[in-house]
Design a protein. Structure first.
Lengths: 152, 357
């Protein structure tokens, strides 16, 4: 998979993919990675809330819609690379895998392997699910005809 | 006033054991799993998330299971749980214009860019009980997928806005007020009113919206647009300094378009009411949009005459956890209060009898 020239944009993309993917799918692909370096927690997986904001009228100033559960985690690999994760939901395992993957993606020795075996397939799965949902929705698209009223 | 009483521990324990037995129902019937509830009672889960004000399907399903399907009790459970968690921060405002649309309709425009998309709806169903569902494993119609997905669907209000025909929403404050952090003061800003309505009881908001349509502060609304689908939630973690996606949530948005407002300097424009909920809570989003518009009466120079336009009335009575608590507190022992009332009524009757010759 190709990453944006800007390192922050690239990281934004993979962190988003890791957070949005289903935990089961992430765990399945994770188990296919071998020889991973060890890591320490800078911040153990921690569950909390993030207030989700909307916009008044959809396009105006912000307002607080309601909270969502989020788990965050930070790790440091043996070689010093630091990874962070913020993942919707309450799964410590998901947040930890996402944080380690974020660290690995910043490590030149691991980026290609983790990118190809983990991030790219997850990204494809998300895109495919979104595309499928879009095509199902499109099948329910209607054209309403206004009837001519019988007025002479 | 109620007073503390002692005793009853054993009766309480036994009552709760009895409740657990009733909740489980007959042993020969399989127990519900949380996955079954999140998958097959999704709209109940989404109502609990919206009014419980915590987006977490599994927690909402657990709350529903624990409450035997009582939505208001489940909402209470979720609200209580949220107080045990730390607040990490706030998201960037979600962009409903960038929604992955699963449903999108307008009753104002027949033809609009992106089209009318029915999605999974109860509209146009006959509301006849489907006995095929009573038999488990019944066949269901095949779901069709179009060759291609949907084209971009700009918000209807954006289309009207570009032509200057509808009012601007205004930038508001950078950091909106938060009802969960500060007490409600009046007059309340629209940010606080929308937060209150988003967590408000659906039945209460629905009834108020209905009252406004029936003439108690009519606002002449059109459902300019209703859209439902997935939006990414972005947040800027301190350690990164740039926004990342932390997940995707389903939301329903309703834009009501209402009759005009103009002045000597501004030509007449449509006014707006706004509704937004977690999940697929379309009735709630529509009712919220109607009540949001009603509550803007004062700002738009309308005379406040109806309950739906009265901020204090609406915002103080919309929360079903507070309302349920106050109504149900009447079950607590009021023995001393009642004793004094008993004494008073006996005295009055005695005085009455003595006064009669």
């Amino acid at each position: 998979m190709a990453y944006a020239a800007n390192e922050n944009d690239a990281r934004r993309l993979w962190m988003g993919v890791l957070a949005q993917s289903a935990e089961a799918e992430l765990a399945r692909l994770w188990s296919g990675l071998s020889g991973l370096p060890g890591w320490d927690h800078l911040r153990r997986p921690e569950v909390g809330l993030v207030m989700v904001r909307g916009r008044m009228g959809g396009d105006g100033g912000p307002f607080n819609l309601g909270e969502m559960t989020v788990t965050r985690c930070s790790v440091r690999l043996e070689n010093g690379a630091v990874g962070h994760a913020w993942v919707a939901g309450r799964s410590a395992a998901h947040a930890e895998m996402a944080a380690v993957a974020d660290a690995l993606m910043q490590d030149p020795a691991w980026r290609d392997v983790v990118g190809q075996k983990l991030v790219a397939p997850l990204h494809r799965a998300l895109a495919a699910a979104q595309e499928q949902a879009g095509r199902k929705a499109a099948a329910t698209r209607v054209d309403f005809f206004t009837m001519v009223r019988g007025e002479d | 006033m109620y007073v503390a009483v002692k005793g009853g521990e054993k009766a309480i324990d036994n009552a709760h054991a009895l409740l657990a037995e009733e909740r489980r129902g007959a042993e020969e019937v399989p127990e519900l799993s949380l996955a079954q509830i999140t998958q097959q009672l999704a709209l109940a889960v989404e109502r609990v998330m919206t009014e419980g004000s915590v987006h977490d399907r599994e927690l909402a399903a657990l709350a529903l299971k624990q409450a035997q399907g009582d939505a208001v009790e489940a909402i209470f459970l979720l609200r209580a749980y949220r107080t045990t968690l730390p607040r990490f921060g706030a998201s960037q405002p979600i962009d409903t214009g960038a929604m992955t649309i699963r449903r999108r309709i307008s009753s104002a425009f027949k033809d609009l860019p992106g089209g009318q998309v029915l999605g999974p709806t109860y509209d146009y169903t006959h509301r006849l009980l489907d006995f095929a569902l009573a038999a488990e494993g019944a066949a269901r119609p095949e779901v069709k997928a179009a060759e291609t997905g949907l084209e971009p669907s700009p918000r209807v209000t954006d289309v009207l806005r570009h032509q200057g025909l509808i009012e601007e929403s205004g930038p508001g404050a950078d950091i909106p007020g938060d009802l969960t952090r500060q007490p409600l003061n009046f007059p309340a800003g629209r940010d606080l009113r929308l937060q209150n309505l988003a967590r408000a009881d659906e039945g209460f908001v629905l009834a108020l919206a209905y009252s406004s349509q029936r003439g108690y502060g009519n606002t002449h609304p059109f459902a300019g647009e209703i859209r439902m689908g997935e939006v990414a939630v972005e947040l800027v973690p301190e350690e990164l300094g740039f926004a990342i996606d932390i997940g995707t949530i389903t939301v329903t948005e309703c834009q009501m378009i209402n009759q005009f407002k103009g002045s000597k300097t501004v030509p007449p424009q449509f006014t707006r009411g706004y509704g937004l909920t977690f999940g697929q809570c379309e009735r709630k989003a529509m009712a919220m949009a109607l009540v949001d518009r009603s509550l803007r009466a004062e700002e738009l120079g309308e005379t406040v005459t109806a309950p739906a336009q009265d901020q204090e009335f609406v915002l103080y009575h919309s929360d079903n956890v507070e309302a349920s608590g106050f109504v149900q507190h009447l079950k607590l022992p009021h023995y001393v209060d009642f004793q004094s009332e008993l004494e008073m009524i006996r005295r009055l009757r005695r005085e009455n009898a003595e006064a009669v010759p």
